[in-house]
Design a protein around this ligand. Structure first.
Ligand code: ZN
Ligand code: ZN
Length: 186
């Protein structure tokens, strides 16, 4: 099963945002400067972005601890409470748009809203769609022992275990291989 393109885009943005926070995998906060925020917004392809300020940076940073626990809870009810609280912080005004050559799709934040408001509403509603589809378990944390990055599992059989198969998954394969060699006395 898949979500709509915009929902998946918003979820990808959210995972990226939450994972800028320092954690066991990386002690580094990678959303500390205005340049980092500008890069984030550009990479996630936000449309019609006004000039970003230090205020935007502070507001966007403050969203991270609100969203992060949604990837850790194992209860739909707890997730729903968190997501409702997040959505209530923003001003949502659903409207159809076909900006930048995209097919008609819904934006939930009003035109001209602040970056933090846009992320709050778009990502909050994307999360609400995941839970209302009975798919909350797709919001998880990486299973590598020294990583707890957020991930969204969009695989058909919910088989994604690591935040990034090329780094965490691969690192684990190498560790398991070394363990096996050690155990067999090679
Ligand atoms: Zn759009
Ligand atoms: Zn990981």
């Amino acid at each position: 099963m898949t979500f709509s393109h915009d929902t998946e885009q918003a979820l990808g943005t959210l995972v990226r945002l939450v994972n800028t926070m320092p954690g066991p995998n990386s002690q580094v906060d990678s959303l500390e400067t205005l340049e980092e925020l500008e890069k984030f917004v550009q990479e996630r392809e936000f449309s019609a972005v006004d000039t970003l300020s230090e205020k935007d940076l502070a507001e966007v940073r403050d969203l991270r601890p609100l969203f992060a626990p949604v990837f850790t809870t194992d209860s739909d009810a707890a997730a729903a409470t968190m997501i409702n609280a997040i959505i209530a912080r923003g001003t949502s005004t659903p409207r159809l748009t076909n900006h930048d050559g995209h097919p008609w799709h819904i934006h939930y934040s009003r035109a001209g809203a602040s970056m933090a408001c846009r992320i709050t509403v778009e990502c909050g509603i994307a999360l609400a769609q995941v839970v209302s589809a009975g798919e909350r378990e797709r919001l998880r944390r990486c299973e590598a022992p020294d990583c707890d990055d957020a991930l969204i599992d969009l695989s058909r059989n919910r088989s994604k275990r690591y935040c990034d198969a090329r780094t965490c998954g691969n690192r684990l394969h190498v560790a398991a291989y070394r363990e096996r060699r050690k155990a067999s006395g090679e």
